[in-house]
Design a protein around this ligand. Structure first.
Ligand SMILES: Nc1ncnc2c1ncn2[C@@H]1O[C@H](COP(=O)(O)OP(=O)(O)OP(=O)(O)O)[C@@H](O)[C@H]1O
Ligand SMILES: [Mg+2]
Length: 277
């Protein structure tokens, strides 16, 4: 898919369909005197699933925040659908086009799972019956179809994460920013749910920027992986994932998959201060 898009972009100029959903050019992100990331240049193409990996504190969440319009770029250019994101939510692409699942997800403790999911639609003015039906669909998609009326305190950490994912799925936003959404799940569940999620996202034509610390998760789910250096982060390498889709769990045991995760860990280890050479 991405290959075909590139072909036609080369042949006939960049049409609307080929314009990156997210385009960062020489982007620097900072909190006062603390520079989180510098010289970030990357694209996320329509319908792509792109992961950001890198050591803790290197600026991955900051990059997501910037794309979501929550952190103004210190310098450089950041475009979402061709429009600059200046960090002011009202002028930025939120909330219509971009939905976030934060690292420290925010569920409303006094609302049941289904009502937590519905809230995105309530704000958008969707009627009661439709929003209930769509919220239940989204909960089924993340494997929580049988517990829609439980409150967050009655759910496990992983289930709560899935409610937050369902809430992002159900919104009309076509760009999803997912910050370690499966961190509370065991490795097998995160891959299973991740794969279901990818299928669902493809069906809905969503574009995803995804942060994870799991190299196998990044390899299994992504079209491309952006490898970042320690803070202040720069982009070390962008890797195209050569595995065909749809991916089945069997792919985890193939030499191609192992070669990819080996390469990712080698890249991260190169910059690891604990790596004595
Ligand atoms: N609100 C803030 N104020 C000041 N500094 C911040 C703030 N948020 C993050 N930082 C700093 O910016 C750097 C990047 O943080 P960020 O949260 O983007 O890292 P990360 O790559 O997502 O890390 P992790 O993998 O641990 O989630 C860190 O050094 C952090 O201390
Ligand atoms: Mg983070």
């Amino acid at each position: 898919m991405a290959g075909q898009r590139e072909e036609s972009a080369r042949a006939g100029g960049v049409r609307e369909a080929e314009r990156p959903r997210v385009a960062a050019r020489d982007l620097t992100l900072a909190y006062g005197d603390t520079t989180a990331a510098t010289d970030l240049t990357f694209d996320v193409r329509p319908g792509e699933f792109v992961s950001l990996i890198g050591p803790s504190g290197c600026g991955k969440s900051s990059a997501l925040r910037a794309v979501g319009g929550l952190l103004a770029p210190a310098s450089g250019e950041l475009l979402v659908d061709g429009t600059p994101v200046d960090g002011t939510p009202v002028d930025g692409p939120r909330p219509r086009d971009v939905a976030f699942v934060f690292q420290d997800l925010a569920l409303y403790p006094w609302r049941s799972a289904v009502r937590n999911v519905e809230i995105a639609l309530q704000f958008a003015g969707v009627g009661r019956a439709e929003r209930r039906a769509r919220a239940l669909d989204a909960l089924r998609a993340v494997g929580l179809g049988d517990v829609p009326h439980r409150f967050p305190h009655q759910l496990s950490g992983g289930m709560r994460q899935r409610v937050a994912i369902a809430r992002a799925l159900v919104s009309d936003a076509s760009i999803l920013l997912l910050d370690e959404p499966f961190a509370a799940l065991d490795e097998l569940s995160r891959l299973k749910i991740g794969e279901q999620l990818v299928t669902l996202l493809e069906e809905h034509g969503k574009t995803v920027l995804f942060v994870t610390h799991s190299l196998s998760e990044a390899a299994y789910l992504s079209d491309r992986i952006i490898v970042m250096t320690p803070r202040p982060a720069t982009i070390k390498e962008v890797i195209e994932v050569p595995l065909p889709r749809p991916r089945e769990p069997q792919v985890l045991r193939t030499p191609e998959f192992h070669a990819l995760t080996d390469r990712l860990s080698a890249l991260l280890l190169e910059d690891d201060p604990g790596d004595v050479r």
